[in-house]
Design a protein around this ligand. Structure first.
Ligand code: F6P
Length: 322
């Protein structure tokens, strides 16, 4: 099985970008170990703090954020970082070419129940001549990403990675500490019978999404004339991984539950990197009205509606939004 650096070199990926990806993965290997230790490492449970987005921070959110932040800033490969757990962006090496946005531990409410969690990252180039301390260097649409990926900490530790030449899976060989290529060019099947929603929010959704899901739930007696299956891991990283592996439609749509927070998922370090992985595997990622990777961000922690997955099913869902 092939190691990550030669695979990326063969693609013509710049050496500095490979080094940056390897730096992120070094932190992820440590995170994989800590998550795997569970209660033994004393990091389960919550802190007494909230992050800037008003969410209770898990101890592992804090630990994993610190790990990634330290290793990235010390490496010299990043000009600046943006993290779900940091109020503002953090400046790094002013001469570096790349900027990284990350969610250090997506689905962290799953840590205490020994369920799936993962690290999501998005890499872009900093605009030429830009200032490392200027937050606006992150205000670029997702189509500018040069690489995106996640590391899923499950029964095995899997990396899904794209540098714009398809989506690949690597598996962490824990005996040697190396990520080995286990699937080249993942393809999301165009059709699916599976969808992922938090159904408890259905009454708060907009009419278009309500009627789309109603029709799926009606099964073979409804307008779709076939039965669908539902799955919900409550960690986007786990749900998107399933979609990449066997197809499906994942959505976290706009809702009216909290008027101050109509959308849940964050554009820069959740929606954009997942959208790139999905599109590179032949799927679609939309808000319902526009391609996720075309959105011009205006805030670091901006939230968006997400509908992604199997091409034909996402198109059907988008049809309800027209
Ligand atoms: O980051 C937000 C997140 O944890 C996603 O990974 C996940 O899809 C969603 O929240 C789960 O939300 P809910 O609490 O509605 O299940």
């Amino acid at each position: 099985m092939r190691r990550l650096p030669p695979v990326l070199l063969e693609d013509g990926c710049p050496r500095e970008l490979i080094s940056l990806i390897r730096t992120i993965l070094a932190a992820c290997k440590e995170i994989s170990f800590r998550v795997g230790q569970g209660a033994l490492s004393g990091v389960l449970g919550s802190t007494l703090d909230e992050n800037i987005q008003g969410e209770t921070q898990k101890k592992l959110d804090v630990v994993t954020n610190q790990l990634l932040k330290d290793i990235l800033l010390e490496s010299g490969y990043v000009k600046a970082i943006a993290s779900e757990e940091e109020d503002y962006t953090v400046a790094g090496n002013p001469d570096a070419e790349y900027i990284v946005a990350f969610d250090p531990l997506d689905g962290s409410s799953n840590t205490d129940i020994n369920s799936l969690v993962g690290t999501i990252f998005s890499i872009m180039k900093a605009p030429e001549g830009s200032d490392a301390a200027d937050q606006s260097i992150f205000m670029q649409p997702g189509k500018n990403q040069v690489a995106a990926g996640y590391v899923l900490y499950g029964p095995c530790t899997t990396l899904a990675l794209t540098t714009g030449k398809g989506t690949r899976f690597f598996t962490l060989d824990k005996t040697h500490g190396t990520f080995l290529l286990t699937q080249d060019f993942a393809q999301v099947p165009e059709d699916t019978n599976e969808y992922a929603i938090n159904a408890s929010n259905q009454r708060h959704w907009q009419p278009a999404m309500q009627s789309y899901i109603d029709d799926l739930m009606a099964g073979e007696t409804g307008p779709r004339a076939r039965n669908f299956n539902m799955r919900w891991i409550a960690a986007m990283v786990g749900d998107v991984h399933r979609v990449l592996c066997r197809g499906g439609l994942f959505t976290y749509p706009t809702d009216t539950k909290d008027p101050n927070k109509p959308n849940k998922l964050r554009l820069l370090y959740e929606a954009n990197p997942m959208a790139m992985l999905i599109e590179q595997a032949g799927g679609i990622a939309s808000t319902g009205t526009e391609r996720i990777m075309d959105i011009q961000p205006d805030a670091i922690h901006q939230r968006v509606a997400v509908i992604l997955g199997s091409k034909n099913e996402v198109e059907t869902c988008l049809g309800y939004h027209k």
